[in-house]
Design a binder for this molecule. Sequence first.
Ligand SMILES: C[S@@+](CC[C@H](N)C(=O)[O-])C[C@H]1O[C@@H](n2cnc3c(N)ncnc32)[C@H](O)[C@@H]1O
Length: 259
Amino acid sequence: MTQPAVFNAYSRYYDLLYRDKDYPGEAAYIHSLLTRHGVSQGDLLEFGSGTGKHGRLLAGLGYRVHGIERSSEMVAQSSQTGDFTCQQGDICAIDLGRTYAAVLSLFHVISYQTTNAAAQAVFARAAAHLEPGALFVFDVWYSPAVYAQRPVVRVKRMADDQIEITRLAEPVIYPNKNRIDVNYTVFVQDRASGAVETLTETHPMRHFSLPELDLLAAGAGFERLAAEEFLTGHTPGEATWGVCLVLRRVDAANGLLPA
Ligand SMILES: C[S@@+](CC[C@H](N)C(=O)[O-])C[C@H]1O[C@@H](n2cnc3c(N)ncnc32)[C@H](O)[C@@H]1O
């Protein structure tokens, strides 16, 4: 199954599955990270905006956010407000013909770009939407933690008043590709009838090291300003599954931009 199809099926249950995720806390963290690096207002471009949760919260914090999301169902489920809009699109190819104060890509969207070509394309598309000095902020799976902790089988259960979801996540490790394929089996039970629907999906996830991210950054005309554990700000290490990077588009006028 290709990734867009995966997310189209998944999107029906996505918000329920991640109801326990602290999106307000994450939006506040991103706001503080942006502010620390000089962006406290203005227009943000969000790569892989999902159902728009971060985007709407950041709009509530004073930004105008436009999301690009490959899954048309995710886009359809995103309620758009004046300051949060989104459109269907591929972040490896998007060209909006304008620049933003920052490009964001949150909740491992960059890790869904599993090949070098896809990762390079996303970095290039981010750079194309930023003036020199502007920021690219994203989080990824971090290789040292993936190897130290090794992904394991996990079960997650969530319910609302209509359905109960049980999700089994079974990882397959590809050590020579820096990739983990997470095979999900999702059982969705209708509480009224007891009927069960079963979905199976594979999410291929790339993990990255800092030297690898620095190469990707330099290749697209960025320099790294920060790398820290997502939310805590701690120095990344073997316990840091999700590392957050702040890159700055290098100023061509200073002669720092690669030719
Ligand atoms: C784990 S979800 C995160 C969604 C959202 N950022 C959030 O925090 O809820 C990953 C998202 O990235 C999107 N995505 C992955 N690759 C993409 C691509 N090449 N272009 C656009 N969206 C992509 C998927 O469709 C999916 O919605």
